[in-house]
Design a binder for this molecule. Sequence first.
Ligand SMILES: [Zn+2]
Length: 287
Amino acid sequence: MKQLNVNYQKKIGRMIKDVEILKPKLIYYNGKRGDVKSFKKILVGARIKNVQRRAKILLFELSNGYFFILHLKMTGQLILRAKGEKDATGGHPWPSLMNPTPNKWTHITIFFTDKSILYFNDIRQFGYIKIFKTSELKKQKELNLLGIEPFDKKFTLNILINMLLDRPKTKIKQLLLDQHFISGIGNIYADESLYFANIHPTRLAGKLQTAEIKKLYMGVKSIILKSITMGGTSANTYVTLNGKKGVYKPFLKVYGKEGEPCSKCQGNISRIKLGGRSSHFCPDCQN
Ligand SMILES: [Zn+2]
């Protein structure tokens, strides 16, 4: 979803002056972990040619024939600091993005010649930065395995119907959360989309009727569009990469509303655990 990249796009054309790596295990060069010397040699002096984001991955194209992937994984955050500007923050909200940075979770820092700084924080240290040659781009499994994006022109109703038929035995909620299936639907939007479509989260993908899939398709698109125009939610989840605060939260119908009345039938919203994640739904409206 490129529209969330605003602040990272600002980096285009800027030159990297220095890189500080406090946790070498978070970097890879040519498939090799912790090679700080080679890593710095490639980055320092290179310009950022382009930045793209897909789900939790940022892909930076450099002026010297290399790319790097920055994967936020479960707890990665990015803070972009430019002189005279408010910090632009993105990624996961733990620890609070309001904390002063750098802090004890700041593992990698990239300094630019225009004096701006990009901090990579990660509590659990599953995130990483990986450098590779442009010719190796197609081999990067992180990029190839990602599913289609909800706003991709190729993501049509017929494509969704066929995708569901390919995974008939999987529960629909788990399928929506699978980044290899559709990329970029988080737990909140999966719950909200299923509520919109009146589909129970445990329904098997192969058992959905065409009319239900159509409603789900509309739900996914409209809810994500709404969340983007509203700036994303900030509730216990991934926040948008341009660091906007979650003003979409008041519009949520089921997520985080266990025990509260359903807006359609006034029954109580329930919560169950599915694949280790909470699922919120209305047992009366969603079948
Ligand atoms: Zn209901």
